[in-house]
Design a protein around this ligand. Sequence first.
Ligand code: ATP
Length: 238
Amino acid sequence: MTSKTDSYSVSSPGPETAIEVHGLGFSWRPEQEALNFPDFSLNRGEHLFLHGPSGSGKSTLLSLLAGMLRPGAGSVRILGTDLYQLRAGARDQFRADHIGVIFQQFNLVPYLTTLANVTLPCRLSTHRRESTELTPADEAKGLLRALAIPEDHWQRKVTKLSIGQQQRIAAARALIGAPGLILADEPTSALDTDNRDRFLELLLSLAHRHTTSVLFVSHDRSLAHHFHHQLDLRGTHK
Ligand SMILES: Nc1ncnc2c1ncn2[C@@H]1O[C@H](COP(=O)(O)OP(=O)(O)OP(=O)(O)O)[C@@H](O)[C@H]1O
């Protein structure tokens, strides 16, 4: 039996793999039907579009990939590390170091400025801080500029900004420090078609520049052509 570890090191075997999922199953409650996810893997730098009907388990899968739930069965390997062989504290640190998450509600810190929200991952992770090419503040400014957030908004509290702007700030926060993987859960649901396409193109081109893998969840199948691969979660209830 393997023992749980308090620390981790990212191994990079063969063709570098960002995500490897095997035999993954999860039940929210014992009496509830289990969600059984298909086996899949995603190489470093590739972008995967995840879709499926409401209730098929898209958000649950993202939480499992982020190390925020414990699977009932199977394994999740992120960047060569078996997530659930880590103790909870090491798993949290692994997430801070290597995974950028964009939630449906963005989860920005309401009392911080735009700039402080974007640099937050660098305050929580030495690895992210040391992975920026410039200082965290300068890197954040570059991302905000690329994502078209006007400079006079950078020192404002995020709650003073529009939903579309908050969404782009969440993307900048996920991208800073070039994490190996970004997990994005329906981040474009509040946008009109033009803004949605622009946001997606920016996110994917910035991810491409940093060889960051992206797993992007959406109901909207018309977005699929932006991605290298697609995964359909239809049939996860067994
Ligand atoms: N916190 C929770 N407690 C109990 N059951 C949950 C919880 N979150 C999700 N579920 C159940 O797990 C199943 C999968 O839900 P999940 O939110 O992962 O699906 P989804 O594909 O993301 O749905 P949607 O497209 O509507 O966001 C559903 O049957 C849902 O009711």
